[in-house]
Design a protein around this ligand. Sequence first.
Ligand SMILES: Nc1ncnc2c1ncn2[C@@H]1O[C@H](COP(=O)(O)OP(=O)(O)OP(=O)(O)O)[C@@H](O)[C@H]1O
Length: 247
Amino acid sequence: MIVLETKELTKRFGGLTAVNAVSMHINEGDIVGLIGPNGAGKTTLVNAIAGLNPPTSGEVITFGQKTTGLTPEKMCRKGLSRTFQIPIPFPKMTVLQNVMTAAIFGNRPGVIKDHAAHSRKMLEFVDFPIHEDTVSEQLNTVQLKRLDLARALASNPKLLFLDELASGLSEGELKDMMELILKIRDHGVTILMIEHIMQLIMNLCNRLVCIQFGTKIAEGTTEEVANDPKVTKAYLGGSGNTEAAAA
Ligand SMILES: Nc1ncnc2c1ncn2[C@@H]1O[C@H](COP(=O)(O)OP(=O)(O)OP(=O)(O)O)[C@@H](O)[C@H]1O
């Protein structure tokens, strides 16, 4: 079953076409990698789908319903949640308060009976490594990424967008993060991940979408797209190995 589809989705910033008529889809249970060189338009595409920066034209269909241009709050209530390339929690709130905020505002009233208990469950799920009463401005990169993930999961999404979740992590942390992403998928959440780290893409994703200069240049199984000469060229500007380019 297709859970998300874009049709000719376009986003312009003045004279710049950051996303150019991108049509793509995500199947239920997929982990789709959204790849492409720096500045290709990946975050803009995700923002256009998730409502942060509505598209200039085209269509978004989420769980079979037209959702083009809906606000992030409405998309969240429809089951789409996301993390950010640079996580920005409420800095003066504790870790638990940050997750509770997402639990309270990300779910329909009455769905979650005990927001604190639900939030603690989310922190446990992401193996949050330090005390829940820690003030969020004191967190390091790894802790911020895990908090962002716990916040995203607190609204019980069916579809989750991850924007460079693994950037800035060490080799060991990367392995833990891969296990966590698989655990999320195994709990019934379909995932679209923007990622540059090829080790992650090749190990986790069953499908890839590659964009360059805002235009989709490839979509298919991970193997098909990774071996597509257009994709190799986009990364290296010539012949070569995508893995080496993106690692
Ligand atoms: N709010 C904005 N206003 C104007 N231009 C923007 C805006 N947001 C993004 N852009 C431009 O749109 C293009 C695509 O940027 P985007 O951040 O989506 O690329 P990306 O593929 O996510 O890049 P990266 O991998 O480096 O994060 C870039 O040229 C960027 O400068």
